[in-house]
Ligand binder design. Structure first.
Ligand code: CTP
Length: 412
Protein backbone atom coordinates (compact mmCIF):
# COMPACT_ATOMS: atom_id res chain seq x y z
CA UNK A 1 0.00 0.00 0.00
CA UNK A 2 3.09 2.17 0.08
CA UNK A 3 2.46 5.56 -1.53
CA UNK A 4 -1.15 4.75 -2.44
CA UNK A 5 -3.61 7.65 -2.12
CA UNK A 6 -6.76 6.83 -0.25
CA UNK A 7 -9.81 8.90 0.62
CA UNK A 8 -11.45 7.73 3.83
CA UNK A 9 -15.13 8.70 3.94
CA UNK A 10 -16.68 8.66 7.39
CA UNK A 11 -20.46 8.69 7.74
CA UNK A 12 -22.53 9.11 10.88
CA UNK A 13 -22.78 5.88 12.82
CA UNK A 14 -21.36 4.89 16.16
CA UNK A 15 -18.58 2.94 14.40
CA UNK A 16 -17.21 6.32 13.22
CA UNK A 17 -14.88 6.21 16.23
CA UNK A 18 -13.19 3.16 14.67
CA UNK A 19 -12.34 5.20 11.55
CA UNK A 20 -9.69 6.97 13.61
CA UNK A 21 -7.67 3.77 14.05
CA UNK A 22 -8.44 2.77 10.46
CA UNK A 23 -6.82 6.04 9.34
CA UNK A 24 -3.77 5.28 11.52
CA UNK A 25 -3.50 1.71 10.23
CA UNK A 26 -3.72 2.86 6.61
CA UNK A 27 -0.96 5.37 7.30
CA UNK A 28 1.14 2.69 9.03
CA UNK A 29 0.73 0.54 5.91
CA UNK A 30 2.31 3.37 3.92
CA UNK A 31 -0.79 5.00 2.38
CA UNK A 32 -1.43 8.73 2.11
CA UNK A 33 -4.91 9.29 3.51
CA UNK A 34 -7.33 12.20 3.22
CA UNK A 35 -10.63 12.21 5.10
CA UNK A 36 -14.11 13.46 4.20
CA UNK A 37 -16.97 13.33 6.68
CA UNK A 38 -20.72 13.63 6.52
CA UNK A 39 -22.20 16.28 8.82
CA UNK A 40 -23.73 13.58 11.04
CA UNK A 41 -20.36 11.81 11.42
CA UNK A 42 -19.15 14.89 13.30
CA UNK A 43 -21.74 14.10 15.99
CA UNK A 44 -19.69 10.99 16.78
CA UNK A 45 -16.08 12.14 16.20
CA UNK A 46 -14.78 15.70 15.96
CA UNK A 47 -13.41 16.61 12.53
CA UNK A 48 -10.34 18.10 14.31
CA UNK A 49 -9.24 14.55 15.18
CA UNK A 50 -9.06 13.66 11.50
CA UNK A 51 -7.53 17.04 10.58
CA UNK A 52 -4.73 16.44 13.08
CA UNK A 53 -4.09 12.83 12.12
CA UNK A 54 -4.37 13.23 8.34
CA UNK A 55 -2.52 16.59 8.48
CA UNK A 56 -5.03 17.88 5.97
CA UNK A 57 -8.35 19.65 5.86
CA UNK A 58 -11.47 17.53 6.28
CA UNK A 59 -14.24 18.68 3.94
CA UNK A 60 -17.76 18.19 5.29
CA UNK A 61 -20.19 20.68 3.74
CA UNK A 62 -20.38 21.64 0.09
CA UNK A 63 -21.07 25.22 1.18
CA UNK A 64 -20.04 26.80 4.44
CA UNK A 65 -22.75 29.39 4.94
CA UNK A 66 -25.85 30.97 3.47
CA UNK A 67 -24.09 33.85 1.64
CA UNK A 68 -22.16 33.60 -1.61
CA UNK A 69 -19.13 35.09 0.20
CA UNK A 70 -19.28 32.22 2.71
CA UNK A 71 -18.70 29.63 0.04
CA UNK A 72 -16.03 27.36 1.38
CA UNK A 73 -12.70 27.41 -0.36
CA UNK A 74 -13.04 23.67 -0.37
CA UNK A 75 -16.19 23.58 -2.47
CA UNK A 76 -14.34 22.14 -5.49
CA UNK A 77 -12.17 19.79 -3.44
CA UNK A 78 -14.20 16.82 -4.59
CA UNK A 79 -12.91 17.26 -8.15
CA UNK A 80 -9.26 17.65 -7.12
CA UNK A 81 -9.44 14.86 -4.58
CA UNK A 82 -11.32 12.66 -7.03
CA UNK A 83 -8.42 12.94 -9.47
CA UNK A 84 -5.84 12.44 -6.72
CA UNK A 85 -7.18 9.20 -5.21
CA UNK A 86 -6.30 5.58 -6.01
CA UNK A 87 -9.21 4.34 -3.92
CA UNK A 88 -12.01 5.69 -1.75
CA UNK A 89 -13.32 3.72 1.20
CA UNK A 90 -16.45 4.66 3.13
CA UNK A 91 -16.14 3.19 6.62
CA UNK A 92 -18.54 3.17 8.29
CA UNK A 93 -21.12 3.48 5.53
CA UNK A 94 -24.51 4.06 7.14
CA UNK A 95 -27.82 2.96 5.61
CA UNK A 96 -28.52 6.61 4.76
CA UNK A 97 -25.17 7.25 3.06
CA UNK A 98 -25.53 3.96 1.16
CA UNK A 99 -28.96 5.03 -0.09
CA UNK A 100 -27.68 8.48 -1.06
CA UNK A 101 -24.65 7.03 -2.88
CA UNK A 102 -26.78 4.54 -4.78
CA UNK A 103 -29.08 7.31 -6.01
CA UNK A 104 -26.32 9.77 -6.82
CA UNK A 105 -27.20 12.43 -4.23
CA UNK A 106 -24.46 14.95 -3.67
CA UNK A 107 -25.44 17.31 -0.88
CA UNK A 108 -22.39 16.78 1.30
CA UNK A 109 -18.69 16.44 0.58
CA UNK A 110 -18.54 12.69 1.10
CA UNK A 111 -21.26 12.13 -1.49
CA UNK A 112 -19.94 14.62 -4.03
CA UNK A 113 -16.44 13.20 -3.68
CA UNK A 114 -17.71 9.64 -4.14
CA UNK A 115 -19.40 10.75 -7.37
CA UNK A 116 -16.32 12.56 -8.63
CA UNK A 117 -13.68 9.89 -8.07
CA UNK A 118 -12.17 7.92 -10.96
CA UNK A 119 -10.97 5.05 -8.80
CA UNK A 120 -12.58 2.06 -7.01
CA UNK A 121 -15.12 2.83 -4.29
CA UNK A 122 -15.28 0.43 -1.34
CA UNK A 123 -18.28 0.62 0.98
CA UNK A 124 -18.29 -0.92 4.46
CA UNK A 125 -22.00 -1.02 5.36
CA UNK A 126 -22.28 -0.78 9.14
CA UNK A 127 -25.58 -0.62 10.98
CA UNK A 128 -28.02 -2.51 13.16
CA UNK A 129 -28.72 -6.06 11.89
CA UNK A 130 -32.40 -5.35 11.29
CA UNK A 131 -31.54 -2.27 9.22
CA UNK A 132 -28.97 -4.30 7.31
CA UNK A 133 -31.49 -6.98 6.36
CA UNK A 134 -34.27 -4.47 5.60
CA UNK A 135 -35.55 -4.66 2.03
CA UNK A 136 -34.45 -1.11 1.04
CA UNK A 137 -30.89 -1.73 2.31
CA UNK A 138 -30.61 -5.08 0.51
CA UNK A 139 -31.85 -3.47 -2.69
CA UNK A 140 -29.44 -0.54 -2.27
CA UNK A 141 -26.56 -2.99 -1.78
CA UNK A 142 -27.56 -4.84 -4.94
CA UNK A 143 -27.75 -1.59 -6.94
CA UNK A 144 -24.42 -0.45 -5.47
CA UNK A 145 -22.86 -3.64 -6.84
CA UNK A 146 -24.46 -2.96 -10.23
CA UNK A 147 -22.81 0.48 -10.18
CA UNK A 148 -19.48 -1.33 -9.75
CA UNK A 149 -19.05 -0.28 -6.14
CA UNK A 150 -17.27 -2.82 -3.94
CA UNK A 151 -19.00 -3.96 -0.77
CA UNK A 152 -17.24 -5.39 2.26
CA UNK A 153 -19.86 -7.32 4.20
CA UNK A 154 -20.19 -6.39 7.88
CA UNK A 155 -19.11 -8.72 10.67
CA UNK A 156 -21.49 -10.43 13.05
CA UNK A 157 -21.03 -9.77 16.75
CA UNK A 158 -22.06 -7.46 19.57
CA UNK A 159 -23.44 -4.17 18.27
CA UNK A 160 -23.62 -0.87 20.13
CA UNK A 161 -27.32 -1.60 20.73
CA UNK A 162 -26.32 -4.63 22.81
CA UNK A 163 -27.76 -7.03 20.23
CA UNK A 164 -25.68 -9.83 18.74
CA UNK A 165 -26.21 -9.53 15.00
CA UNK A 166 -24.72 -8.74 11.60
CA UNK A 167 -23.76 -5.10 11.08
CA UNK A 168 -20.40 -4.52 12.79
CA UNK A 169 -17.64 -2.70 10.99
CA UNK A 170 -15.05 -5.41 10.09
CA UNK A 171 -11.70 -5.28 11.85
CA UNK A 172 -9.12 -2.92 10.36
CA UNK A 173 -6.97 -5.78 9.05
CA UNK A 174 -9.95 -7.09 7.07
CA UNK A 175 -10.64 -3.65 5.57
CA UNK A 176 -6.92 -3.22 4.79
CA UNK A 177 -6.80 -6.62 3.08
CA UNK A 178 -9.75 -5.70 0.88
CA UNK A 179 -8.23 -2.32 0.00
CA UNK A 180 -4.96 -4.08 -0.79
CA UNK A 181 -6.78 -6.55 -3.04
CA UNK A 182 -8.65 -3.81 -4.90
CA UNK A 183 -5.47 -1.80 -5.36
CA UNK A 184 -3.70 -4.84 -6.75
CA UNK A 185 -6.56 -5.58 -9.13
CA UNK A 186 -5.54 -2.30 -10.76
CA UNK A 187 -5.08 -0.56 -13.04
CA UNK A 188 -3.64 1.97 -10.58
CA UNK A 189 -1.64 5.09 -11.18
CA UNK A 190 2.12 5.26 -10.73
CA UNK A 191 2.34 8.73 -9.18
CA UNK A 192 6.00 9.27 -10.03
CA UNK A 193 5.36 8.94 -13.79
CA UNK A 194 1.64 9.74 -13.87
CA UNK A 195 1.15 6.58 -15.96
CA UNK A 196 -0.99 3.57 -15.21
CA UNK A 197 1.11 1.02 -13.32
CA UNK A 198 1.02 -2.64 -14.31
CA UNK A 199 -1.19 -4.55 -11.87
CA UNK A 200 0.81 -6.75 -9.54
CA UNK A 201 0.61 -10.47 -10.42
CA UNK A 202 -1.51 -12.23 -7.83
CA UNK A 203 -0.49 -15.81 -7.01
CA UNK A 204 -3.97 -17.25 -7.65
CA UNK A 205 -4.90 -15.01 -10.58
CA UNK A 206 -6.93 -16.98 -13.12
CA UNK A 207 -7.27 -19.99 -10.81
CA UNK A 208 -10.65 -21.47 -10.03
CA UNK A 209 -10.97 -22.35 -6.37
CA UNK A 210 -13.76 -24.40 -4.78
CA UNK A 211 -14.18 -24.00 -1.02
CA UNK A 212 -16.52 -25.93 1.26
CA UNK A 213 -17.48 -24.48 4.65
CA UNK A 214 -19.73 -24.97 7.65
CA UNK A 215 -21.59 -27.95 9.04
CA UNK A 216 -23.73 -30.59 7.40
CA UNK A 217 -27.09 -31.62 8.84
CA UNK A 218 -28.15 -35.28 8.87
CA UNK A 219 -31.88 -35.41 9.47
CA UNK A 220 -33.23 -38.17 11.70
CA UNK A 221 -36.86 -37.19 11.17
CA UNK A 222 -38.77 -34.06 10.14
CA UNK A 223 -37.58 -32.01 13.13
CA UNK A 224 -34.28 -33.46 14.37
CA UNK A 225 -30.82 -33.66 12.90
CA UNK A 226 -27.22 -34.57 13.73
CA UNK A 227 -24.78 -31.70 13.20
CA UNK A 228 -21.85 -29.84 14.79
CA UNK A 229 -21.15 -26.26 15.94
CA UNK A 230 -19.12 -25.22 12.87
CA UNK A 231 -19.73 -21.52 12.08
CA UNK A 232 -18.09 -21.70 8.64
CA UNK A 233 -15.80 -18.80 9.61
CA UNK A 234 -12.58 -20.60 8.69
CA UNK A 235 -13.94 -21.77 5.32
CA UNK A 236 -15.18 -18.27 4.51
CA UNK A 237 -11.81 -16.84 5.58
CA UNK A 238 -10.10 -19.31 3.20
CA UNK A 239 -12.45 -18.30 0.37
CA UNK A 240 -11.87 -14.59 1.01
CA UNK A 241 -8.12 -15.06 1.25
CA UNK A 242 -8.08 -16.99 -2.05
CA UNK A 243 -10.18 -14.22 -3.63
CA UNK A 244 -7.78 -11.60 -2.26
CA UNK A 245 -4.99 -13.53 -4.02
CA UNK A 246 -6.82 -13.27 -7.33
CA UNK A 247 -8.80 -16.53 -7.49
CA UNK A 248 -12.30 -16.99 -8.83
CA UNK A 249 -14.27 -18.53 -5.97
CA UNK A 250 -17.15 -20.97 -5.65
CA UNK A 251 -18.28 -21.59 -2.08
CA UNK A 252 -20.43 -24.55 -1.04
CA UNK A 253 -21.64 -24.27 2.51
CA UNK A 254 -23.96 -25.79 5.05
CA UNK A 255 -26.41 -23.76 7.17
CA UNK A 256 -24.50 -20.76 8.56
CA UNK A 257 -25.45 -18.30 11.28
CA UNK A 258 -24.49 -15.19 9.28
CA UNK A 259 -25.12 -14.02 5.71
CA UNK A 260 -22.50 -15.24 3.23
CA UNK A 261 -20.73 -12.63 1.06
CA UNK A 262 -22.32 -12.91 -2.42
CA UNK A 263 -18.99 -12.26 -4.14
CA UNK A 264 -17.95 -15.76 -3.02
CA UNK A 265 -20.60 -17.31 -5.36
CA UNK A 266 -22.18 -19.28 -2.54
CA UNK A 267 -24.51 -22.30 -2.80
CA UNK A 268 -26.09 -23.96 0.21
CA UNK A 269 -26.25 -27.70 0.82
CA UNK A 270 -27.73 -29.56 3.77
CA UNK A 271 -26.32 -33.08 4.15
CA UNK A 272 -22.98 -34.83 3.62
CA UNK A 273 -24.55 -36.71 0.71
CA UNK A 274 -25.62 -33.45 -0.98
CA UNK A 275 -22.15 -32.02 -0.42
CA UNK A 276 -20.60 -35.10 -2.02
CA UNK A 277 -22.97 -34.98 -5.01
CA UNK A 278 -22.34 -31.28 -5.59
CA UNK A 279 -18.55 -31.41 -5.20
CA UNK A 280 -18.03 -34.62 -7.19
CA UNK A 281 -20.14 -33.23 -10.06
CA UNK A 282 -18.15 -29.98 -10.41
CA UNK A 283 -14.68 -30.80 -9.04
CA UNK A 284 -13.06 -31.34 -12.47
CA UNK A 285 -13.54 -27.61 -13.21
CA UNK A 286 -11.36 -26.44 -10.33
CA UNK A 287 -7.62 -25.91 -9.90
CA UNK A 288 -7.74 -25.85 -6.11
CA UNK A 289 -10.25 -27.47 -3.75
CA UNK A 290 -10.34 -26.51 -0.07
CA UNK A 291 -12.43 -28.86 2.08
CA UNK A 292 -13.03 -26.76 5.21
CA UNK A 293 -16.57 -28.10 5.74
CA UNK A 294 -17.21 -29.95 8.99
CA UNK A 295 -18.81 -32.98 7.41
CA UNK A 296 -20.76 -35.46 9.49
CA UNK A 297 -19.22 -38.94 9.26
CA UNK A 298 -22.53 -40.65 9.96
CA UNK A 299 -26.13 -40.28 8.91
CA UNK A 300 -29.23 -42.13 10.14
CA UNK A 301 -29.72 -45.50 8.44
CA UNK A 302 -33.39 -44.72 7.98
CA UNK A 303 -34.64 -41.18 7.70
CA UNK A 304 -38.36 -40.63 8.19
CA UNK A 305 -40.24 -37.63 6.89
CA UNK A 306 -42.64 -37.21 9.79
CA UNK A 307 -41.89 -36.35 13.41
CA UNK A 308 -41.06 -39.44 15.46
CA UNK A 309 -43.29 -39.43 18.54
CA UNK A 310 -41.81 -39.92 21.98
CA UNK A 311 -43.82 -43.06 22.42
CA UNK A 312 -42.62 -44.49 19.09
CA UNK A 313 -38.93 -43.83 19.63
CA UNK A 314 -36.77 -46.90 19.48
CA UNK A 315 -33.93 -47.17 21.94
CA UNK A 316 -31.35 -47.27 19.18
CA UNK A 317 -30.47 -44.80 16.51
CA UNK A 318 -28.96 -46.79 13.64
CA UNK A 319 -26.30 -44.93 11.65
CA UNK A 320 -24.49 -45.53 8.37
CA UNK A 321 -21.31 -43.79 7.10
CA UNK A 322 -21.57 -40.78 4.77
CA UNK A 323 -19.45 -40.53 1.61
CA UNK A 324 -15.97 -39.10 2.27
CA UNK A 325 -15.76 -36.27 -0.24
CA UNK A 326 -12.09 -35.41 0.34
CA UNK A 327 -11.07 -39.06 -0.03
CA UNK A 328 -13.04 -39.27 -3.28
CA UNK A 329 -11.34 -36.09 -4.52
CA UNK A 330 -7.93 -37.57 -3.67
CA UNK A 331 -8.73 -40.73 -5.61
CA UNK A 332 -10.24 -38.89 -8.58
CA UNK A 333 -7.99 -35.87 -8.75
CA UNK A 334 -7.27 -34.04 -11.97
CA UNK A 335 -3.68 -33.35 -12.97
CA UNK A 336 -2.30 -30.18 -11.32
CA UNK A 337 -5.29 -29.98 -8.96
CA UNK A 338 -4.30 -28.94 -5.42
CA UNK A 339 -6.32 -30.53 -2.60
CA UNK A 340 -6.39 -28.93 0.83
CA UNK A 341 -8.23 -30.66 3.67
CA UNK A 342 -8.87 -29.80 7.28
CA UNK A 343 -8.68 -31.92 10.43
CA UNK A 344 -10.25 -30.92 13.71
CA UNK A 345 -8.70 -33.05 16.46
CA UNK A 346 -8.82 -33.36 20.22
CA UNK A 347 -5.52 -35.32 20.49
CA UNK A 348 -2.42 -36.30 18.48
CA UNK A 349 -2.77 -33.44 16.02
CA UNK A 350 0.41 -34.05 14.06
CA UNK A 351 -0.08 -37.82 13.70
CA UNK A 352 -3.75 -37.43 12.75
CA UNK A 353 -2.98 -34.73 10.19
CA UNK A 354 -0.32 -37.02 8.68
CA UNK A 355 -2.73 -39.98 8.65
CA UNK A 356 -5.42 -37.95 6.84
CA UNK A 357 -2.91 -36.50 4.40
CA UNK A 358 -1.93 -40.01 3.33
CA UNK A 359 -5.28 -41.82 3.57
CA UNK A 360 -7.18 -39.08 1.69
CA UNK A 361 -4.35 -38.44 -0.82
CA UNK A 362 -4.52 -34.70 -0.08
CA UNK A 363 -1.67 -32.27 -0.74
CA UNK A 364 -2.13 -30.36 2.49
CA UNK A 365 -4.01 -30.85 5.74
CA UNK A 366 -4.78 -27.88 7.98
CA UNK A 367 -4.94 -29.45 11.41
CA UNK A 368 -6.32 -27.71 14.44
CA UNK A 369 -6.91 -28.67 18.02
CA UNK A 370 -10.46 -28.26 19.27
CA UNK A 371 -9.53 -27.40 22.84
CA UNK A 372 -6.44 -25.26 22.30
CA UNK A 373 -6.64 -21.55 23.23
CA UNK A 374 -7.71 -19.31 20.31
CA UNK A 375 -8.77 -22.31 18.29
CA UNK A 376 -11.78 -24.38 17.36
CA UNK A 377 -15.41 -23.93 16.28
CA UNK A 378 -17.06 -20.50 16.34
CA UNK A 379 -13.95 -18.56 17.49
CA UNK A 380 -12.49 -15.65 15.49
CA UNK A 381 -8.92 -16.87 15.98
CA UNK A 382 -7.26 -20.09 15.02
CA UNK A 383 -4.05 -22.05 15.34
CA UNK A 384 -3.29 -24.34 12.41
CA UNK A 385 -0.62 -26.93 11.84
CA UNK A 386 -0.32 -26.95 8.06
CA UNK A 387 1.00 -30.34 7.05
CA UNK A 388 2.23 -31.14 3.56
CA UNK A 389 4.05 -34.14 2.13
CA UNK A 390 7.49 -32.55 2.60
CA UNK A 391 7.01 -29.67 5.02
CA UNK A 392 4.88 -28.33 7.81
CA UNK A 393 4.21 -24.89 9.23
CA UNK A 394 2.48 -23.54 12.34
CA UNK A 395 0.22 -20.50 11.96
CA UNK A 396 -1.71 -18.60 14.60
CA UNK A 397 -3.82 -15.42 14.59
CA UNK A 398 -7.20 -14.26 13.33
CA UNK A 399 -8.89 -16.78 11.03
CA UNK A 400 -8.43 -14.27 8.21
CA UNK A 401 -4.68 -13.92 8.80
CA UNK A 402 -4.24 -17.66 9.24
CA UNK A 403 -6.13 -18.30 5.99
CA UNK A 404 -3.90 -15.84 4.12
CA UNK A 405 -0.84 -17.39 5.75
CA UNK A 406 -1.88 -20.90 4.65
CA UNK A 407 -2.41 -19.88 1.03
CA UNK A 408 0.76 -17.78 0.91
CA UNK A 409 2.77 -20.72 2.28
CA UNK A 410 1.32 -23.07 -0.31
CA UNK A 411 1.20 -20.83 -3.38
CA UNK A 412 4.11 -18.36 -3.10
N1 CTP B 1 -14.39 -34.93 5.05
C1 CTP B 1 -15.14 -35.25 3.92
N2 CTP B 1 -16.17 -36.11 4.01
C2 CTP B 1 -16.49 -36.71 5.19
C3 CTP B 1 -15.73 -36.42 6.34
C4 CTP B 1 -14.68 -35.53 6.23
O1 CTP B 1 -14.85 -34.70 2.86
N3 CTP B 1 -17.49 -37.56 5.24
C5 CTP B 1 -13.25 -34.01 4.92
C6 CTP B 1 -13.37 -32.76 5.77
O2 CTP B 1 -13.99 -31.70 5.07
C7 CTP B 1 -11.91 -32.44 6.09
C8 CTP B 1 -11.25 -33.81 6.11
O3 CTP B 1 -12.11 -34.68 5.37
O4 CTP B 1 -11.31 -31.68 5.08
C9 CTP B 1 -11.02 -34.39 7.49
O5 CTP B 1 -12.21 -34.36 8.22
P1 CTP B 1 -12.26 -34.92 9.72
O6 CTP B 1 -13.67 -34.85 10.19
O7 CTP B 1 -11.19 -34.24 10.54
O8 CTP B 1 -11.77 -36.41 9.53
P2 CTP B 1 -12.53 -37.74 9.28
O9 CTP B 1 -12.27 -38.17 7.88
O10 CTP B 1 -13.95 -37.59 9.66
O11 CTP B 1 -11.76 -38.75 10.24
P3 CTP B 1 -11.94 -39.04 11.82
O12 CTP B 1 -13.41 -39.10 12.09
O13 CTP B 1 -11.25 -40.35 11.98
O14 CTP B 1 -11.23 -37.93 12.55
Amino acid sequence: MKGKRIILGVSGGIAAYKSVTLLRDLQKAGAQVRVVMTPSATRFVGSETFVALSRNEVPIHVFNGPEASDVSSSWSKHIQWGEWADLMVVAPCTAHTLAALVHGFSDNMLLTTALAIRCPLLLCPTMDGGMYRAAPTLRNLAVAREHGYHILEPDTGYLASGLHDAGRLPENDVILNEIHRLLQEGPTIDHSSGKHAKPVDLPLKGKRVLVTAGPTREFIDAVRFISNPSSGKMGIAMAEAARAMGAEITLIHGKLPAPVPPELNPSEIVSAQELFEYVSAVSANFDVIIMAAAVSDFTPLNQVNHKIKKTDASEQLMLKPTPDTLKWLGENRKEHQVLIGFAMETDNLEAEAERKLVSKKADWICGNLLNAPNSGFETDDNTILLKGRASQHLLTGSKRDVALGILKFIFT
